[in-house]
Design a protein around this ligand. Structure first.
Ligand code: MV4
Length: 446
């Protein structure tokens, strides 16, 4: 097992990783920008190294500075958290070249899944259902028109280098297609330096359901069920839950087995999330994420498995501590992302937290690095914490969530808590009756 892990991240996820290390008897190194000197994970870590100024490009994305921090402290592994360098294949390669373990999948798998066209072709070949669309890259207007007419409108033009909703354009008609294709292509070239494009049948009101998988270096692959992440705004998830209200035990088992088998054949290592759109009872692959995700705690709540602990064990070459038949899905969990933003306008609200009181009690977890008197810096994303509630049933989970939201006090900055207080009383939300555009429609009506 590793003796010392460097945490190449900040905020609640840096603290989350520290907690797993601490429980495993592994020393931690926090790296931080000058803006994060007073962060909770920096205080709790065994050692800390300042790696640069506030701008992420100069600190949390600064590979030479992070490698130097590893060398100075003698860290034998790096956990990248999510965002920042977590899906940077070059970072994983450079670490390996320095004899430092990247706690995550191989750089080849990161690269494969980073290319959305290659990823789709690879998983399709392994038996995962994909969205109908162009068989590969579409390189001309004529080809774009031909494949679109074949599958029928509306279609969605996507960039191979995109993902997470960046570089997409819907075309409702033949006339709109050429315009959408050229614009999306030019935007992809400008944004990613790569204008490889592909086209898919556009699904109108799907749910976003993702399957959590975990694989070790001994050939064991286990799926940990799904999360429903349909409640989003501008590609930012707001609330996630597990299990999905849209699936039954049979469909869960079926998609889980399809994903496990594929991931096993791929020789994948570590945790991964296979993202699907789900419409009219069918799953359609869209992307695979090769990192630990923000919403991993809902899976932890219903399975009792510590995903960060397992990531670290896998990276150290150990076997998974459970088999598929040992995984029992228990009850229901919901996560609310507490952002320092205005709950109506979503305008970021950095500043100093004055009063701070977190909810507690049975089935309530708060993952956050903030505290009373903490100053939220303006340089990073506005997620300041996550409220994760577990109950024996979805209804018990919702009742507990209402109670927990009522207890949560954050003063001094605006937060998304008032939005969640409204959402948990909405009839559609109570019924689990929503899709990826539901929240935007809800916000327009209220
Ligand atoms: C789609 C789609 C409809 N049809 N693909 C957006 C993020 C990226 N991961 C894929 N996305 C979508 N792909 C087809 N063929 C609708 C979306 C989409 C979406 C997907 C998941 C979560 C939120 C979303 C918000 C808008 C659009």
């Amino acid at each position: 097992m590793f003796e010392k892990v460097l945490i190449a991240n900040r905020g609640e996820i840096a603290l989350r990783v520290h907690r797993a290390c601490r429980e495993m008897g592994i020393a931690t190194v926090a790296v931080h920008s000058t803006a994060d000197e007073h962060a909770m994970h920096v205080r709790l870590a065994n050692e800390s190294v300042c790696i640069g100024p506030p701008q992420a490009s100069e600190s949390y994305l600064n590979i030479p500075a992070i490698i130097s921090a590893c060398e100075i402290t003698g860290a034998d592994a790096v956990h990248p958290g999510y965002g920042f360098l977590s899906e940077n294949a070059r970072f994983a390669e450079i670490l390996e070249a320095h004899g430092i373990t990247f706690i995550g999948p191989t750089s080849d798998h990161i690269k494969l899944m980073g290319d959305k066209i290659a990823a789709k072709a690879a998983v399709k070949a392994l038996g995962i259902p994909v969205v109908p669309g162009s068989p590969g890259a579409v390189t001309s207007n004529e080809e774009a028109l031909r494949v679109s007419k074949e599958m029928g409108f509306p279609v969605l033009v996507k960039a191979a280098a995109g993902g997470g909703g960046r570089g997409m354009k819907v075309a409702l008609t033949e006339d709109a297609l050429i315009e959408a294709f050229s614009t999306a292509r030019a935007e992809a070239k400008a944004a990613f330096g790569d204008d490889a494009m592909y086209i898919e049948k556009y699904l109108g009101r799907p749910r976003h359901i993702e399957v959590q998988v975990i694989a070790d270096s001994h050939g064991n692959v286990v799926h940990l069920g799904e999360r429903d992440c349909s409640l989003q705004r501008r590609n930012q998830k707001i609330l996630e839950e597990a299990p999905s209200p849209a699936l039954n035990e049979e469909s869960r088992k079926k998609i889980g087995e399809i994903v496990s088998r594929a991931i096993g054949k791929l020789g994948y290592l570590g945790v991964g999330t296979v993202e699907f759109l789900y419409e009219d009872g069918e799953f359609y692959f869209i992307e695979m994420n090769t990192r630990l995700q923000v919403e991993h705690p809902v899976t932890e709540a219903i399975t009792g498995i510590d995903l960060v602990r397992e990531q670290i064990r896998i990276a150290a070459g150990l076997e998974l501590s459970f088999k598929q038949e040992d995984v029992n899905f228990r009850g229901h969990a919901i996560e609310c992302r507490v952002n320092a933003e205005n709950a109506k306008t979503f305008v970021p609200s950095p500043g100093t937290i004055r009063e701070y009181h977190t909810p507690g009690g049975l089935g309530v977890r708060v993952d956050s690095g903030v505290y009373s008197g903490y100053r939220i810096p303006p340089y990073y994303d506005s997620l300041i914490g996550k409220l994760i509630v577990h109950g024996r049933s979805r209804n018990e989970c919702l009742m507990r969530l209402r109670r927990a939201l009522h207890e949560f006090v954050i003063e001094g900055v605006d937060t998304t808590i008032p939005l969640f207080k409204e959402l948990v009383n909405d009839p559609d939300l109570i019924d689990g009756n929503y899709h990826i555009h539901w929240l935007e429609e809800f916000l327009e009506r209220s």
